[in-house]
Ligand binder design. Structure first.
Ligand code: ADP
Ligand code: ZN
Ligand code: ZN
Length: 739
């Protein structure tokens, strides 16, 4: 029988950044005022031989650690919780819901500077005149003009800080040092003053369309209470304008707006659009900022100094002083779900966060996730539609090009080439979409049918001609392109198309028309995407070719033709979401055509023009597609009509991965089995990646609650399996991909 430590002081249950699903117990430092201890405080604690920063996740009266082994924290770093109460609960809840180590969840939520112990609020050095010095100063003969000026400032204002010094005459620094050496002034630290959320000059927006007006009025009327909205607006329908108007009202109430966008959509133009409308400090959080910038933005959000916060996924954990609204733009985007480590969905967490704050949340998209549409269909979200574009241009005209009947040259069918010619002749721009980088997906031997495989994966190497390399898109392996077949010495042939090859083909067919290619091989930094977009906006480039990157949030007013080069990649995907993804990318990329006032045309090249999904999409648009797709999901019992969790394993042999999953499956208590459907264990569709064999066990349940009850009981048993030590395993709750 274990002896529980019971002491007459609080026991701190601390979350530490470690891959362990548990909290660590400590006593507060001896000189602490115990009344001040509360969840959310950061503490510095001894951990092994190190001293690390953790977060108090809870306070207990007893500990399972024997008293003589219970250590004291070195220091309590904060006097108040680092996160607002709702955000603190959100992190704790998310760690629990996604069954992820709680310390790592806090690590995702807090900027690294704070995890290293930086103060919560910015502080600055200030100087104050010592009263006893005044007498001495007045008696001092011959004060210089600088000295007299500084003295005047110090006598009129209580103190002077670095901010004021930086703005004024820098020579004051020397004067201050001089005063300091004479013992006239004293130096102290003070929290930087909080800027009030002043709303000055909100710039004029567009005159709203009737649909926009309804949306703005409806949402604005519900500020101050939890109300989830699904704003389904076709591309160019003015969703952003709706956000801006609602935010105006939020700011007028003295509250803050948190706007999440997909990583790639957060370009300077997007930020500018918000900046141009509101002359308030904007906090911008994304992966491209420095740790120092992140800390400053986080502090501005927490203190309320920044009324508008725009960020990518992890900004869902930013604390807010006066939360007013949450907005998730392009809510269907898969970047909202973290795909490794702490596998949270920022979109799903936004719903919970808004509910806890008691504020509205807007999910906006031209192609809402089927999950979100289902919530709207069942009245859990209120659906607001913006069915029309704002400009004169109507919806783009979609048509299919049958690749079985038309001759094809470098992946472009004859009618597509003719259409490109026509749009170029009219002085417009053309966008070609192909979701495949590189030159060709296969390097093939016509002699013996060999096709360059990756040595480490069950996959083929992609030909990248620009760098004369074969590259594996799954593990990153590279090797020079061989000239001849290694087995029969026949000359090798690249088969199929990637964006590089399309770029070459365009150069050949339209020799004098500048092309810009946008994919992960040409764009590595924000600066590069800016430069590429600038070439498009200045109309210097007339032909755009690119991957998924082109479909996200960019506006190309002079693109009048979009060619989707290969729709078939998505038609036969193995994942149950493949059709949804394809429909979303077709509609998103089609939406790039003919914004402003020029009509658009969209050509979809396919070898399966009769595919029911394509037919449905062409005949009745995204909503029609979604209805049909939801009916299929219901029939098959897939989400949103069930809940999923997937236990994945990878190991150096297939057997180890499967053995672990089989043993894990056997650990599910018999009593729980009736509740769930188990699929697997089975090898992943691409079983071997980077020389590791991958397999998975899918757990499906009609309801959320019993699934989580099962996971709660099951996971500790899985953790203890001896076979767990021979594999790398992860649990993914609400997975986006299950193939
Ligand atoms: P979405 O976010 O739905 O794609 P945007 O908000 O970006 O749409 O609007 C598309 C374009 O229409 C933008 O150039 C925007 O400035 C313009 N716009 C938005 N609302 C209006 C309006 N009510 N009247 C005229 N133009 C508008
Ligand atoms: Zn060969
Ligand atoms: Zn590989």
């Amino acid at each position: 029988m274990e002896l529980f430590a019971t002491v007459a002081e609080p026991i701190l249950r601390v979350a530490l950044d470690a891959p362990l699903r548990r909290l660590f117990d400590y006593l507060a430092p001896a000189d602490t005022d115990f009344a001040q201890i509360q969840p959310g405080l950061r503490v510095r604690v001894p951990f092994g031989k190190q001293s690390v920063v953790g977060v108090v996740a809870g306070i207990a009266a007893t500990s399972s650690v024997p008293l003589d082994r219970l250590k004291r924290a070195h220091a309590v770093l904060d006097t108040e919780s680092a996160l607002d109460p709702v955000t603190l609960q959100l992190v704790l809840w998310a760690a629990d819901y996604y069954h992820h180590p709680i310390g790592e969840a806090f690590a995702a939520a807090l900027p690294s500077a704070l995890r290293a112990g930086a103060p919560l609020a910015a502080s600055e050095t200030r100087w104050r005149l010592l009263p006893e010095a005044i007498d001495a100063i007045t008696k001092t003969p011959r004060l210089g003009p600088k000295q007299r000026a500084l003295l005047a400032i110090l006598q009129t204002s209580e103190s002077i800080g670095e901010t004021e010094l930086a703005q004024g005459d820098t020579a004051f620094r020397d004067t201050l040092r001089n005063f300091s050496s004479r013992g006239w002034v004293t130096q102290f630290q003070r929290e930087s003053p909080l800027l009030a959320a002043t709303v000055a000059n909100v710039a004029q927006g567009h005159i709203l369309t009737a649909a926009q007006s309804l949306a703005v009025d409806e949402i604005s009327a519900r500020l101050g209470s939890f109300s989830p909205y699904l704003l389904h607006g076709v591309t160019g329908s003015g969703k952003t304008e709706v956000y801006l108007r609602v935010i105006e009202t939020v700011l007028a109430r003295g509250e803050q707006a948190l706007v999440l966008v997909p990583e790639i959509a957060l370009t300077p133009q997007a930020i500018e659009r918000f900046q141009a409308r509101f002359s308030v400090p904007l906090a911008v959080l994304h992966s491209g900022i420095t740790d120092t910038e992140r800390l400053a933005m986080w502090r501005a959000a927490r203190s309320g100094a920044a009324p508008v916060i725009i960020g990518t996924r992890s900004a869902i954990f930013v604390p807010l002083a006066r939360p007013g609204i949450l907005i998730i733009d392009e809510e269907h985007d898969s970047s909202y779900k973290q795909q490794e480590g702490f596998r949270y969905s920022a979109r799903d967490l936004a719903l919970r966060r808004a509910q806890q704050h008691g504020i509205p949340v807007i999910l906006g998209s031209a192609t809402p996730a089927l999950e979100s549409l289902h919530q709207a269909n069942t009245n859990r979200y209120q659906l607001i539609s913006l069915p029309e574009r704002t400009g004169a241009a109507g919806a783009p005209k979609l048509s299919v090009i049958d690749l079985r009947v038309h001759e094809e040259r470098h992946g472009m069918a004859t009618p597509s080439v003719a259409a490109i010619q026509r749009h170029l002749a009219d002085g417009n721009q053309v966008l070609l979409y192909l979701n495949r980088r590189g030159y060709a997906p296969t390097l093939f031997c016509p002699g013996c049918r060999w096709s360059a495989p990756c040595q480490a994966c069950d996959a083929r190497m992609t030909v990248h001609l620009r760098h004369h390399q074969l590259v594996c898109h799954h593990c990153g392996a590279q090797q020079p392109v061989p000239y001849a077949c290694p087995s029969c010495a026949t000359e090798l042939r690249p088969v199929g198309q990637g964006t590089e090859r399309i770029e070459d083909a365009l150069d050949e067919i339209f020799p004098h028309v500048p092309v810009v290619r946008i994919d992960r091989d040409t764009i590595h930094t924000r600066g590069q995407i800016e430069a590429a977009l600038a070439r498009v906006h200045s109309k210097e480039a007339r032909l755009l070719v690119g991957t998924q990157m082109l479909t996200k949030g960019h506006d190309f007013p002079d693109v009048t033709l979009v060619v989707i080069l290969n729709a078939d990649q998505g038609l036969f995907g193995t994942d149950f979401r493949a059709a949804e993804r394809l429909a979303q990318s077709i509609v998103q990329v089609a939406g790039r055509a003919g914004r402003a006032d020029k009509p658009g045309e969209v050509l979809i090249q396919t070898a399966c023009p009769d595919h029911p999904l394509l037919q449905r999409l062409l005949a009745s648009g995204y909503s029609g597609f979604a209805d049909a797709a939801l009916a299929e999901r219901a029939a098959a019992g897939w989400p949103p009509f069930s809940r999923l969790a997937v236990l994945r394993a990878e190991a150096t042999t297939r057997e180890q991965a499967l053995l672990f999953l089989t043993e894990a499956r056997d650990q599910i208590p018999i009593s729980e089995r009736q509740q769930v459907r188990l699929l697997g264990p089975a090898p992943a569709v691409m079983e071997r990646r980077a020389n590791r064999f991958r397999a998975q066990l899918l757990v499906e349940c009609a309801q959320r609650a019993p699934l989580h009850q099962l996971l709660d009981r099951w996971l500790p048993l899985v953790e203890r399996l001896p076979s767990a030590r021979r594999v790398r395993w992860t649990l993914d709750v609400d997975p986006l991909e299950v193939s």
